[in-house]
Design a protein around this ligand. Structure first.
Ligand code: MRU
Length: 363
């Protein structure tokens, strides 16, 4: 996608063909800064501290982090060492494990001397696949927005509510939940996006709003508690969100607060779709409540970053000094609340049968 007229992806290889460049998403929307990852520790820190975030991008960064780690040794022990260092960075997004295991599977049969080159080739393949997969998700999701446009009698704008950031910044390009919106906009279908602020880290306000503004797509920021009210008043045609891990039975685990939107959507007969690449499905799990939920620092709840009127980016505390906070980063939306899963292979029911129908080789 374009930033100030220049095409960007969220991760790419530097000019030397070895170092890895990312956009520091922790600084957006106030500062656009490219950061170079030179070592495995750089990549691990970028994932842990959320310079990169979003399940597919975490996977792509892990793949390139693997390449950087091989610079300190490419023996069998190193493959295990690198995997261990990466996999503990964030527990919920299954793409991290998926990417690490894919790299290990490709590299372990090779001679150590051949592993580095193969690793860079595989990381590049993971990125290219991600772009193609997300574009396909966009095309399948576009059909749902077109249907909503028909239901509206092709008048006004189709209102889509989204939570967190599942746009191009969360993937290598296109995004998952936002890909259908980008496609609809390009097709000339008027779309208006309700952007959930997504406390505590405000990925909606900081990242989704930034993406949509850059693309010239109509959007409005709402506080996390406003979605239910808007649905009650017929202001939401459909919801589309992303997921960090989807079980083989169709439960989805996404940014905290997603579940409440799904409940409100069900109560108001608003279709609730989840967009995901196949790499986000955990085929080993069939109960969403077994997914490990990342617990992050309470400081993210107690302190809010922002730009002051004088232009300084600062953190302000919003609770008394004595108050502590808990900060579960994700929640589980059970399959029965999900209208459909939008994948690169088409839209299916959120169920074991629905997923098995699209991915028969995985069951
Ligand atoms: O904590 P984050 O910002 O990594 O959480 C991101 C999300 O919850 C996204 O919705 C999810 O990763 C899907 S991204 C295509």
């Amino acid at each position: 996608m374009n930033v100030d007229g220049k095409p960007y992806r969220s991760i790419w290889l530097g000019a030397d063909g070895e170092q890895v460049e990312i956009i520091d998403q922790a600084l957006l929307p106030h500062t656009f800064q490219v950061v170079t990852l030179r070592t495995l520790s750089d990549a691990a820190r970028a994932i842990r501290e959320m310079l990169v975030r979003g399940a597919p991008l975490i996977g792509a960064t892990a793949a390139y982090g693997f390449c950087l780690g091989l610079r300190d040794g490419a023996a069998d022990d190193d493959l295990a060492r690198i995997g261990e260092e990466l996999i503990i960075c964030r527990p919920t997004a299954v793409n991290l494990r998926w990417a690490v295991e894919r790299m290990q599977r490709i590299l372990s049969p090779l001679e150590p001397g051949k592993r580095m080159q193969a690793a860079y080739a595989e990381a590049a393949r993971i990125c290219e696949e991600d772009v193609a997969v997300n574009e396909a998700i966009g095309s399948h999701g576009l059909a749902l927005i077109e249907e909503a446009w028909q239901r509206r009698g092709r008048s006004g704008a189709v209102s889509v509510l989204t939570h967190c950031n599942a746009g191009w910044l969360a993937t290598v390009d296109w995004g998952t939940a936002l890909a259908p919106i980008y496609k609809a906009h390009a097709r000339g279908i008027p779309v208006r996006v309700w952007v959930d602020e997504t406390r505590p880290r405000s990925q909606g306000a900081a990242l989704t709003a930034w993406e949509l503004a850059a693309a010239g797509i109509e959007h409005q920021l709402i506080v996390d508690n406003a979605g239910g009210h808007l649905m009650q008043h017929g202001e939401v045609d459909l919801c589309i969100v992303g997921t960090d891990r989807t079980t083989a039975s169709g439960d989805v685990c996404n940014k905290i607060g997603t579940y409440l939107k799904a409940l409100a959507a069900r109560d108001n007969s608003v279709p609730f779709y989840v967009a995901l690449p196949g790499s986000t499905i955990d085929w080993t799990m069939d109960d969403g409540f077994k997914i490990p939920i990342e617990e992050r620092s309470g400081d993210e709840v107690l302190w809010v970053p922002g730009r002051t009127r004088s232009g300084q980016v600062e953190q302000v505390r919003i609770a008394p000094e004595a108050t502590t906070a808990v900060n579960p980063a994700f929640d589980v939306t059970p399959a029965h609340l999900v209208t459909g899963l939008i994948t690169e292979r088409g839209v299916c029911e959120a169920s074991a049968t629905g997923l098995a129908g699209l991915f028969p080789e995985m069951v």
